[in-house]
Structure formats: structure tokens, C-alpha cells
Write a protein that binds this ligand. Sequence first.
Ligand code: CP3
Length: 358
Amino acid sequence: EMTNAAPVSARRDLTQAPLLVAARGGAPSHVPVWFMRQAGRSLPEYREVRAGVPMLQACFTPELACEVTLQPVRRHGVDAAILFSDIVVPLAAAGVDLDIVPGTGPVVADPVRSAADVAALPALDPAQVEPVAQAVRLLVGELGQTPLIGFAGAPFTLASYLVEGGPSRHHERTKALMHSDPETWHALLDHLAGLTLEFLRVQVAAGVDALQLFDSWAGALSEADYRRFVLPHSRRVLSGLADAGVPLIHFGVGTGELLGAMREAGADVVGVDWRVPLDEAARRVGPGVALQGNLDPALLFAGWDVVEAEVRRIVEQGHAADGHIFNLGHGVMPETDPAVLTRVVELVHSLPVAPERE
Ligand code: CP3
């Protein structure tokens, strides 16, 4: 089963890296910070190297994926790199007919809506994501003491794209399928959990230092539906990686009511958007788990005085958690001034870490 498990010697010794220390609830030398979507259109150097290269093609070109991943580390001095890829990469690699349309997101040619559609979904052969593994190996050689975060989409968020056929505001077809045909729903999520686990094991074997499971749209669900239709499958992914030796971050948007359940699914770190302050989020997840977040990415447009006050408040409230990794509550918007992000990193690094606990 664990044929992709990395020999421990293949990984760098980053035991003191602030991101990894905080993820494990220890006392880091400074509050670690990185940004979701830190590599992307907010950076002119990104727009330059991506010009004329379609998104999926970029994801399957190891040298380009490596360069784009490194850009925000060089520019901002963040405490982690996140692999440049996309949540639909393993689906595309396995042979699902889809594209990433600029300004829209993933679009699936033949949406998955019946038991027959689910049965026809291809499995992932690790060889199909070899370019991703190669990008990880290049990065591990380039990053020095900076950890590399690998990632995948969680079964529910992937299912939403497959069932809706593209981005969706209300996820109505997805919710209709889960409630009207639970057997087909669970078969779909079971398939996606297996594919996700396989893809994340490839990344661990290639050398990533942490993993983030993006269940971006899980916040569309009630807690009851999340527990019944989603949690068992996300748990299968996370528990399948419990022996991988890397911290597991579990993130979604609008998941204030799901934070406890997302922790129960098996995360070491729970991501929090901007709707719930971190001291309250710490109460909701309970002890023994770190938090990641939670600056509203829209406030990066509000001027430095606003940003500074928010950053100070978030770091202070983060002291209530058993570990805090500073981040945005969702991805960097393309129009964001990158100079503001660099300034946020400098400010976070200058602020006090949580006092040591008994
Ligand atoms: O820096 C990083 O965070 C790593 C790169 C990354 C991308 N996608 C690159 C990307 C990550 C972690 C993702 C994950 C992803 N992709 C998620 C989960 C995170 C989240 O935002 O909640 C989701 C839901 C997707 C699906 C997706 N892919 C969307 C919604 C979009 C945006 C469409 C658009 O053009 O606005 C994409 C495309 C995409 N993925 C881009 C990037 C940099 C933009 C494409 C481009 O630059 O041409």
C-alpha cells in the first residue's frame, strides 16, 4: 500500500522551520506566514513566465512549476513555498476531460451525475503525475531551509467541480446528488478519496514537508450533511497520511460551523477564513491542534493602517491556539499590490510569538 512512502533520508531536516514547529504546537522562533495563492497573477514575474502557457500545461512543466513556486519565496520572504499546481491536476492526469479557463476556473466536459458516470471515472496511476513529482524534487533542491507545502483538493470540493461541470455558486446539483442518491454519492467520494490519497503520497515520496487538503467549498454544507456525506471520505485521506511524517492542514471557506468536524477528520492544522476570530476558532477546534489564517484578503486593499491593525489583532488572538500559522482567510486576489504582502510578512515576523505554555 505505502509503496510511495519516502525514505526519511530523502527529506531535508527542517525540524526548526517555524512553519513545521507551529504546525506541531511548539514554540517557533517567529510567527510563520505564507499566503494561499501567493504564486499567481498578483506578481508581474508570474505573468511574465506564464504568458502564452495554458494553466494545465504550466502545471505539467516541472521547470516552470518550480520557478513559479519560488517567485513568492524570493520576493516576500514567506515561511513556506506552496507547490504551483491546481486541485484538478490529478483528475486531468488520470484522463478526465477538463480545462482551467482563465477568469472562470475548472470546466469539466462531461459532468458526473449518474452511477454509470462514477463507475467510468479513471483511477490515478502515479506515473501520470510524474511531472508533479519532478517539480517537487527540483524544489526540494532549491528551497534550502524553506518548507514546501504539497496539496490536493478534498473529495467534496473535487466532486462539486465534477458534478456541476464547473464553478458553482450554490452547488445545487451536488447537493441534489448526495441527498437523492447517497449510494452514488458515496461511490463518487470514495473514488475521489482514493485518487487524492494516491496523489498526495506521490508528493510526500518526492519530498514535500507538509500537506494542505483544500475543501474550499465545504462551507456550503450544514454540519449534519458535512458529517454524513463528506467527513468519512476526508478522514480516509487524512488518516491514510497519518504515517507520512508531515503535518496535515485542512482548509475551507465559510467553515466556521465545521471547524470542529474538520479537525476530527484528522488534521494537525485547521484553516480559518476571516469570519471567525482565531480565539473563538481555537475554542471550536479544541486543544492540540494549530490554526492557520485569518486575514481577509479584501482588506489588503484598505490601506496600510487597516492592514497593520488587522495583522496585530490576528497574531494576538492566534496566541489562544496551540500553534498559529499566519495566512489569509482565502487566496490572494490577482489585483493585490504585492508590496503590501511583503510588508505583512515583515510585520508578522516582528511581532511576539505566543508565550510558552505550562
Ligand atoms: O500559490 C498557491 O496557492 C498555489 C497554487 C494553487 C493554484 N490553485 C493555482 C491557480 C492552488 C493551491 C490552487 C488550488 C485551487 N484551485 C483551489 C483551492 C484553493 C482555493 O482557492 O480555494 C480551487 C478551488 C481551485 C480551482 C481553481 N483553479 C480556481 C477557482 C481558479 C481561478 C480561476 C481564475 O482564473 O480566476 C483556478 C485557476 C488557477 N489555479 C490559477 C492559479 C494561479 C489562475 C490561472 C492563471 O493564472 O492563469
